[in-house]
Write a protein that binds this ligand. Structure first.
Ligand code: SF4
Length: 370
């Protein structure tokens, strides 16, 4: 490397601190860890009333302008091109390697705590393939604006092969089929929806702001528009008081939607939420590990669909008779209906394990581990 190219490399490395775009806190675990580019198209949650949720509680919803979002996408694109140029100058042919990271961080140590740089570098290092639109409900955007944003991402960041987002079932139900189709055709591939429960009484108690009919309508519309759909449900959201109606109606609604994936997120009362206060006051009783498995059995038995059932979260931590995890926690889970008997067998095995061997959420709360 000549003296001139060395200086220009240093300038390029220093310039990486100049690029700014918004990065939010949350994304689904199945969105590739740090491999996904996070693009914040709206800020926080437009509903923000669910009684179990602590995610955006202190933050007001922000509707971002298309202009601002495009400026963020431009910043990502320029930063990404700059990093690739640095790789070329260093003789790595545009490949994003550990050596490139080491050289950049040595030349500009402040980038170690720069979220924008870390997000873009990790995304490129992982091949630049996946991106996730933040925050809680991108579908709340005016449909023609979301189409414009998604199209712009696809044009500007051409290595992306999968673009995904959170969406509320209620919003999906409110959208016209042709609007959803236009968003899908612009290049948004996958939606993650928090169903939580299919039981109307429980939906009202937890203030989810949606009925089971709307959940079904929204989910079906998403599938019909061509989205790959993941629906999340919360075992034990009804506690001992409402576990059976929760299990039966959740199975009813999920069977009616037939999404591509359903993902289990066992309920944990989070400090600072109204449901935590209910738990503390005794108005809500957590089920024991065996009771949770029994609820799961009732739900799984009733599922009549061709989805994949996934336990890709650490709270699905029941153990089997050898002390290992009862359920596989991989992102692809169990394909129904073929693997339904296997899953029911696993549940039966979990019920034979002494209950004290399983993790009880009550104990985690008492330990302050949540
Ligand atoms: S819609 Fe989602 S992010 Fe918003 S309050 Fe409910 S659970 Fe939380």
């Amino acid at each position: 490397m000549t003296l001139t190219s060395g200086n220009s490399l240093q300038r390029s490395i220093r310039r990486l601190s100049d690029y700014r775009f918004e990065v939010g806190m949350y994304r689904p675990p199945s969105e590739g860890g740090s491999a996904s580019l996070l693009l914040r198209v709206t800020g926080n949650c437009p509903w923000n009333k669910c009684r179990f949720c602590e995610m955006y509680k202190e933050h007001k919803f922000v509707y971002r302008s298309v202009e601002d979002i495009k400026a963020d996408i431009d910043a990502v694109k320029t930063m990404s091109d700059e990093i690739k140029d640095i790789s070329w100058t260093m003789g790595f042919g545009g490949n994003i390697t550990r050596e490139v990271a080491t050289a950049i961080l040595r030349g500009n140590p402040s980038l170690q705590s720069n979220h924008c740089f870390i997000t873009v570098f990790n995304w490129l290092y992982s091949g630049g393939k996946t991106a996730f639109l933040q925050d809680a409900n991108s579908l709340i955007m005016r449909p023609h604006e979301l189409v414009e944003v998604v199209s712009y991402i696809r044009e500007s960041l051409s290595t992306i092969t999968r673009l995904t987002s959170y969406a509320r079932g209620k919003t999906l139900a409110q959208r016209k089929p042709e609007q959803l189709k236009a968003i899908r055709e612009a290049g948004l591939d996958r939606l993650h929806v928090g169903l939580e429960t299919g039981d109307d009484e429980l939906l009202s108690i937890v203030r989810k702001g949606v009925t089971s009919e709307e959940q079904i309508e929204g989910g079906r519309k998403a599938v019909e528009a061509g989205f790959q759909l993941s629906e999340y449900w919360m075992p034990d959201l009804g506690g001992r008081e409402r576990w059976r109606q929760h299990a039966e109606n959740t199975a009813r609604v999920l069977s009616a939607i037939n999404p591509h994936y359903i993902r289990s997120r066992p309920f944990v009362p989070r400090p600072g939420t109204p449901m935590f206060d209910d738990y503390r006051s005794g108005a809500f009783t957590l089920s024991s590990p065996h009771e949770r498995l029994e609820e799961l059995r009732v739900m799984i038995e009733r599922l009549d669909f061709t989805s994949r059932v996934c336990f890709d979260h650490a709270m699905n931590s029941w153990v089997d008779s050898h002390g290992g995890l009862l359920f596989s926690q991989d992102y692809e889970g169990y394909q129904f209906p073929d693997m339904k008997p296997l899953l029911l067998e696993r549940i039966a095995e979990g019920l034979t394990v002494n209950e004290s061997e399983h993790v009880h959420v009550r104990d985690l709360i008492a330990l302050g581990a949540l």
